[in-house]
Design a protein around this ligand. Sequence first.
Ligand code: ASP
Length: 288
Amino acid sequence: MVVVHGGAGSLGEELREHGAACRDALRTALESAAAVLEVGQDAVEAVRSAVSVLESFPLFNAGHGSALCADGTVEMSAALMRGSDRAAGAVAVVTRTEHPIFAAHALLDARQVLMVGEPADACAAANGAQQREPGHFVTDRQLQRLQEPAGNAEGGHGTVGAVCLDSNGLLAAATSTGGLVGQRPGRVGDTPLIGAGTWADRHVAVSCTGDGEAFIRVGAARLLAFLVEHGATLDAAARAALDDVERCRGGGGLIAVDLRGDVAMPFSTEAMPRGVWRLGEEPTLDLS
Ligand code: ASP
């Protein structure tokens, strides 16, 4: 079972215009995760693979095509967590690693959970992750978005994420983002913060998207997991976490899967492109 998202935000012109391409990207991400599982690799490899596909898709805000900081640069973040032992790897403010999720994955069994900036890129490179010039990540579309008036409804989101339950009962979650359009350089959102934007344990795997500051203040992903561990249904826990985000004046969404294979995908924004794949079934995709 694999679930992916392409970020919570508005159902803007762009999503309507490029709907087919967005669907293709979500489908390809699910197929790549499914292929990984089919050759016997685990949930960690599946979410890593799905997110790397979404990072390559320029219309989602992660990897190539990331949102730009106020000064026109790209600063990317990513996190990956394994449910069985709560091993986690995360990076923030990386500017050169082609697939930030590979940088996060490289830390999964390291001493450090979270690394930032140049040392994080260097560590990824030392682990074989492809490096690019920072300009590689900047697209015309994002340059244009940066110039649009602040608060433009299309301006916010597009983060990508994946959660997976594999046939051995292992849960894993991964999230990757370029952050918010026009963010202050050095600003870090919820995505790479374990327990805020990304979480996996023995009960549930969660990947969040939306107003990062609110998700951080709520500890949204961990809150959801805590509620599930203490008897809430996945659906109720997911709603409660998003309600608390709203109380902190934040909007967004999340995807979550539990040990029984139940899925929750609530969002409080207009749209959250998402897809689900279950063993032996065709993927289901939704853009609204
Ligand atoms: N949560 C991300 C951040 O605050 C943005 C998003 O999900 O689109 O950086």
